[in-house]
Structures are given as structure tokens and as C-alpha cells.
Design a protein around this ligand. Structure first.
Ligand code: GLU
Length: 269
């Protein structure tokens, strides 16, 4: 089996990441498999090289090792663009110029189910000529038509903590600002890297069904999903990267040993 730990370098790793890394690397070890490290840095508006370097340092300090070379998503933008072109050519995604604010009143039960009439080719071209950039959304109507009865099933094996799946509509697969999306790249790479088990925090669990839909549309395999609990602070909130008091590098500087940091992350310190 093969799993992965896939942090985004948008801040220094904190105890929540140490716990997530522990879960993923430990899962692989228990099952006689391997755990890859993948750097999910497509969002150039938030990711920084210094955080990427710190990921390697902090994980090595915690005692983890991973196969090289590491897949760094920003080095493979053309792979994701190819997937988008493929989806465009199949009519599964469509351009959307609406802002988040404009989408909000059009949502039903928290999801956007697409425009009542498609954007004409002329309008699309006029807006592009005007310097506007669209987002690209997956058309659920087209996905349903393509998958038929399979659309209703979308089954996957889930272990660990389970939570209800979030409803989805015409979700964005290519954001206006970066031309890509987390959900596109993560699903692409899990398939490309033959990930058999996705081990990750339960905060992402509600979005699994959408990723499974995407796998079906692309004819990619569906891995087993294992979601683990999150590390919470004293107020019961999820840790955030901006709370520097829980950063691994600070714990290291404060003189903790890697084992002490991992015990703290696991709540057994
Ligand atoms: N890159 C994502 C994050 O840092 C995790 C992706 C995943 O495990 O599916 O939240």
C-alpha cells in the first residue's frame, strides 16, 4: 500500500501537522507500505519557499524519511492544465465569470447548480478580449449525463473517523486567480502516484465524494480514505498556521525532543 502526507507550504508546520504526519507515516509502517511526501503549493498567492524548506527540516527532525524526488506540485502545472484541457474538450467544465458575491444568491442549499443558460461563445470571447479571466466549473448536469446510474453510487471505502459528506454543485476546478484548484491537483496526483490509501485529517473528509466523482469522470482508481481526528487547542478549535506557539520549529528551539513534540501532538505528553 502507499499513502502520502501532502502539506501546503502556507505557514510553518504546527502540532496538527505533526499529528497528521504521524498518522500517515505510522499507517504506512503498520501496513508494510510506504508514505510519500507531496508539496501542495499551487497557490502562489499563499505558498512560500521558506515554508517549503521548513517542511523538509521539521519532518526530518521529527524522524521521518520519504522517497525522493518529492513531487512539488508547482513544478507540474502543465500536467494539471492538460487535465483541464481534457475536461474542456469533453464539455465537462465550463467558464464562469461570476464572483463569489454574485454566486451566493444563486446557491440552493449551499451549492451552485450552474447557470440557467450557458454563456454564448460570443460573450465568452468578448469578455476574454476585455481582459477578464473565468473560473472553470465542473458541470454536475454533464457529469450525471456522462456517468448515468454510476453517478448515484459514487461509493468509496472509508476508515477512521467518518462524517457526513458535503453536498456539491458545480464546483470550481480552475480558480480565476491561479488557474487551478486544490481538488483538481490533489485528485490528479493521488491517481498519478498510485496512492492506495489517503490518510488525512477529518476536516477534508466531507469533500471526499466530490473527489470520487472526479475520479470516475477521469477513469482514475478510487483509493481507500482514512480520516483521522484533528488536534484541537484548549478552546476546542482546530490549530491554525498563524498560531506560532504550536509551530514545530518553535518547539524545537524551546528544547523539546522530537519524541516529546510527537507525544504532545498525540496528546500523550
Ligand atoms: N494539501 C492539503 C492541506 O494541506 C491536504 C490535502 C489532502 O490530504 O487531501 O490541507
Amino acid at each position: 500500500m502507499r499513502t502520502r502526507f501532502a502539506p501546503s507550504p502556507t505557514g510553518y508546520l504546527h502540532l496538527g501537522h505533526a499529528f497528521a504526519a504521524y498518522e500517515a507515516f505510522n499507517f504506512a509502517e503498520r501496513h508494510g507500505g510506504e508514505c510519500l511526501l507531496r508539496i501542495e503549493d499551487i497557490d502562489h498567492t499563499r505558498c512560500k519557499d521558506e515554508f517549503k524548506t521548513a517542511i523538509y527540516e521539521d519532518l526530518a527532525w521529527l524522524g521521518y524519511d520519504w522517497p525522493k524526488p518529492v513531487r512539488v506540485q508547482s513544478a507540474h502545472i502543465s500536467d494539471y492544465q492538460k487535465t483541464l484541457e481534457h475536461l474542456k474538450s469533453r464539455g465537462l467544465i465550463y467558464p464562469c465569470f461570476l464572483s463569489r458575491k454574485e454566486i451566493k444568491p444563486l446557491m440552493e442549499n449551499g451549492v451552485y447548480l450552474g447557470p440557467t443558460s450557458p454563456l454564448s461563445k460570443d460573450e465568452f470571447e468578448a469578455r476574454i478580449a476585455n481582459g477578464e479571466t473565468p473560473a472553470w466549473r465542473l458541470s454536475i448536469a454533464r457529469a450525471k449525463a456522462y456517468l448515468g446510474a454510476e453517478f448515484e453510487r459514487l461509493q468509496f471505502e472509508e476508515t477512521g473517523v467518518t462524517v457526513p459528506q458535503a453536498p456539491f454543485g458545480d464546483e470550481v476546478l480552475a480558480r480565476k486567480d491561479i488557474g487551478l484548484s486544490y481538488r483538481l491537483c490533489v485528485t490528479h496526483d493521488d491517481a498519478l502516484q498510485n496512492i492506495t490509501h489517503v490518510v488525512r485529517g477529518v476536516d477534508i473528509a466531507p469533500h471526499t465524494r466530490f473527489q470520487v466523482l472526479f475520479q470516475k469522470l477521469m477513469n482514475w482508481p478510487t483509493p481507500v480514505y482514512h480520516h483521522h481526528r484533528l488536534v484541537l487547542n484548549a478552546d476546542g478549535e482546530k490549530l491554525a498556521k498563524r498560531k506560532a506557539d504550536t509551530a514545530i520549529c518553535d518547539l524545537r528551539a524551546a528544547g523539546l525532543s522530537p519524541q516529546e513534540a510527537l507525544d504532545l501532538a498525540r496528546g500523550i505528553g
